[in-house]
Design a protein around this ligand. Structure first.
Ligand SMILES: C[S@@+](CC[C@H](N)C(=O)[O-])C[C@H]1O[C@@H](n2cnc3c(N)ncnc32)[C@H](O)[C@@H]1O
Length: 237
């Protein structure tokens, strides 16, 4: 159903108040890009009204699951394009991958494999349909999978991994993830990068013995484990 003219006007006025006219124009351009992306590839990665509701049905602690909101396409391309890593040495792992948009955008880079883990069966199902439908000439990696699982129960791959988090859950689960990561690194020492978009639990990660901050921007922070020796392109400075 299309939003009413009144709602659209109210949203526009609110946006101009918060972001200014230029900021609002940029946001509109980003919205159009997202709609065109889905149309072009016959997929569905946009946030819908019902996404908010079924999130509450997939966890015993509704407050811990922050719901589906996709990363903006241009933001993700910029984040991944700015990475100073040898992509082919890394698995891209999105914990809380929703409808799989990040997995499709990540496939424009030559990652070894691309994995999404999503707790909601409905969102995971949409991600699988999207992955099957997606055919792009710009794809550099075609090994893409979505798994329906709790991110903190999922066994982390034993290879070099770039973990992407777009604020999927709150502090208790971030702590659990850090414990899992620490145990996994003990068993299989390797390089882990963590890209945390909207890093609301930054302090938990920065204060952990295991990770160090390598890049901070106003949108996201990148961390890596301290004890993995050197990799081929380590510096962000
Ligand atoms: C903000 S959305 C981000 C979606 C996607 N990563 C992106 O950037 O486009 C967060 C996602 O995390 C999922 N999620 C929340 N808690 C989770 C958990 N414990 N395990 C796996 N997925 C989870 C939500 O269902 C939602 O789809």
């Amino acid at each position: 159903m299309l939003p009413s003219a009144k709602l659209v006007t109210a949203k526009l006025v609110d946006s101009i108040r918060r972001k200014g006219f230029l900021g609002t124009l940029k946001s509109c351009a980003a919205e159009v890009e997202e709609i065109r992306f889905d149309r072009k590839f016959g997929i569905q990665t946009l946030e819908t009204m019902s996404d908010r509701q079924h999130v509450l049905t997939v966890t015993n602690q509704p407050g811990d699951n922050l719901g589906y909101q996709p990363t903006k396409i241009r933001t993700l391309r910029k984040i991944l394009g700015d990475l100073r890593i040898a992509y082919e040495d890394f698995i891209f792992l999105d914990l809380g991958s929703g409808k799989g948009r990040t997995l499709l955008i990540a496939s424009e880079f030559p990652f070894k494999r691309i994995i999404g883990v999503e707790v909601s069966p409905e969102l995971h199902c949409i991600a699988e349909t999207n992955i099957r439908a997606y055919r792009s000439a710009t794809q550099e990696c075609r090994a893409i999978e979505s798994h329906c699982d709790d991110a903190v129960a999922y066994e982390l791959p034993a290879e070099n991994t770039l973990i992407f988090l777009f604020n999927p859950f709150k502090a208790p689960l971030i702590s659990k993830l850090l414990l899992n990561l620490s145990e996994s690194l003990r068993q299989n020492p390797r390089r882990i990068y963590l890209v945390y978009y909207n890093p609301v639990c930054h302090d938990l990660i920065a204060d952990s013995e295991m990770m160090e901050v390598v890049r901070v921007t106003d949108l996201y922070t990148i961390y890596r484990n301290k004890d993995a020796g050197s990799d081929r392109a380590p510096s962000w400075s």
